[in-house]
Write a protein that binds this ligand. Structure first.
Ligand code: MG
Length: 182
């Protein structure tokens, strides 16, 4: 197949689609720490043009990538002043809308956070439940692990890796995964 013959197809064909998202933000003083849509207690927050929510950004990019949509930086460019300090839930909602319009529903999400501090473990259950609520999927469809950045020299940054799986929705039907925790 030549490059010219490869065209985007609508409706999207496979019954399942996978998406991957990665993001990193640097810790800064004077800003709140937002992770997974929650504000966490810490002496520093994550810098960035929006609220710096590294986990929601990676989830957003995973959802967009799963349907072959433009990435978060293309849809919400950091040069655009309207996104300064923006709540990252706005970005997530746009990705969710595009997934719905493409005819898919989110089946499950798995994520790994890499950061030295604060310790995520004690707060993981709360973050996980909040993310499940934002995504409208059951709690057992959200994975969240936290790792420390040993030997990779990123002690002043937070990194998020996310994979998502989408399932095609039946025509005119409801998503296969129903939220139990709304
Ligand atoms: Mg980001």
């Amino acid at each position: 197949m030549t490059v010219d013959a490869i065209k985007e197809t609508r409706p999207l064909k496979p019954a399942t689609r996978i998406g991957f998202g990665w993001d990193s933000h640097e810790f800064q003083h004077g800003v709140p720490l937002k992770i997974g849509g929650l504000t966490l207690e810490h002496s520093k927050g994550l810098g960035g043009h929006s609220d710096g929510d590294v986990l929601l950004h990676a989830i957003t990019d995973a959802l967009l990538g799963a349907i072959g949509a433009p990435d978060i930086g293309t849809l919400f460019p950091p040069t655009d002043l309207q996104w300064k300090g923006a709540d990252s839930v706005v970005f997530l909602r746009e990705a969710q809308k595009r997934v719905r319009e493409a005819g898919y529903a989110l089946s499950n999400v798995d994520s790994s956070l890499i950061l030295l501090a604060p310790k995520i473990g004690p707060q993981a259950a709360t973050i996980r439940a909040h993310v499940a609520g934002l995504l409208g999927i059951p709690l057992d469809c959200v994975g969240l692990k936290a790792k420390t950045p040993e030997g990779i020299g990123t002690d002043n940054a937070a990194i998020a890796n996310v994979v998502v799986l989408l399932e095609k929705r039946p025509a005119g039907g409801k998503p296969t995964a129903k939220a139990k925790n709304k």
